[in-house]
Write a protein that binds this ligand. Structure first.
Ligand code: AKG
Ligand code: FE2
Length: 291
């Protein structure tokens, strides 16, 4: 007893700008680590230096302001989305609330979402949300480029970038009043292509390994992220990368906030590239409409 050590989540350093230029030695070795992590775990922890302490405190205090808005304000949608079946605000349990945003990656998008929530404006939310959205989008695109290159299908990368929608969901899990832990979110895989998550310093996200063990995501710094490959990534890769199974257990006496950037393919069909089908990997997934 006691001799088994708990597995650890892979940690990959994406903090050096120099190393993130395709073709550098660091790029070449990092892309192998990235692919290996997604194939083995369906996730990895990103070491990044892009979130300053200022941005960290700005974003989480403004997201708390967002949750504090009246429900009828939070439920509003832009005119072109009013008949969309999914609500903007949803919850899994009385202690969990999620608000989906849209188009925060562009300045105009961030401004129009902010105006919908705060007709008199909220500069702090707009700036910090736009900044975080861009950081998460750039991390995603770097990682996907690495994977495409590793699998020899980089020629599809520009199409990928042009056909992805980024949706950022903000989740709030109330502190546990009784000191008893509770299930904040059931074990699931995401339906997105990929998911990039940042949190406010309160742990709770757990990742399931291949052999069924649960590992707590405990970020090494305020600027760390966790990257998950999801259902559509698994299908696109013809089963090479795992779709990461995860859940949230809240057991602290602090409110947990997470920002989850998910990608969705908006084209008519997403299909496995021919290059990823061979004798060893017969085609496992038909083309599908991701949305
Ligand atoms: O809040 C978290 O840590 C996880 C959220 C999540 O898994 C999701 O929104 O799909
Ligand atoms: Fe999830």
């Amino acid at each position: 007893m006691g001799s088994e050590t708990l597995p650890k989540l892979p940690v990959i350093d994406l903090s050096s700008r120099e190393g993130l230029r395709p073709g550098t030695e660091t790029w070449e070795s990092t892309r192998k680590q990235v692919c290996h992590a997604l194939e083995e775990y369906g996730c990895f922890v990103i070491e990044s230096s892009q979130v300053s302490l200022d941005l960290h405190s700005e974003i989480y205090s403004s997201v708390l302001d967002l949750f504090d808005l009246p429900l009828e304000i939070k439920q509003q949608k832009p005119a072109h989305q009013r008949d969309h079946p999914l609500g903007r605000s949803s919850s899994f349990s009385p202690k969990h609330e999620r608000i989906d945003t849209e188009n925060l990656t562009t300045l105009e998008g961030a401004q129009s979402f902010t105006k919908l929530m705060w007709p008199c404006g909220n500069h702090r939310f707009c700036e910090s949300a736009h900044e975080m959205a861009k950081i998460m989008m750039n991390l995603d695109q770097t990682i996907v480029r690495m994977v495409f290159q590793n699998y020899g299908v980089e020629k599809y990368f520009d199409y990928y970038v042009g056909s992805m929608n980024y949706v950022i969901g903000c989740s709030k899990y109330k502190e546990s009043e009784t000191n008893e832990s509770y299930l904040g979110l059931l074990a699931h895989t995401d339906k997105s292509f990929s998911t990039t998550l940042h949190q406010n310093g309160v742990n709770g996200l757990e990742i399931q390994t291949k052999d069924g063990q649960w590992i707590l995501y405990d970020p090494p710094s305020h600027s760390s992220f966790i990257y998950l490959s999801s259902d559509a990534f698994k299908a696109w890769s013809n089963g090479r990368v795992r779709s990461c199974c995860h859940r949230v257990i809240v057991n602290g006496n602090k409110t947990r906030i997470s920002l989850v950037s998910t990608t969705f393919h908006k084209g008519p069909a997403l299909s496995v590239p021919d290059e990823l089908v061979d004798e060893e990997h017969p085609l496992r997934y038909k083309p599908f409409n991701h949305l």
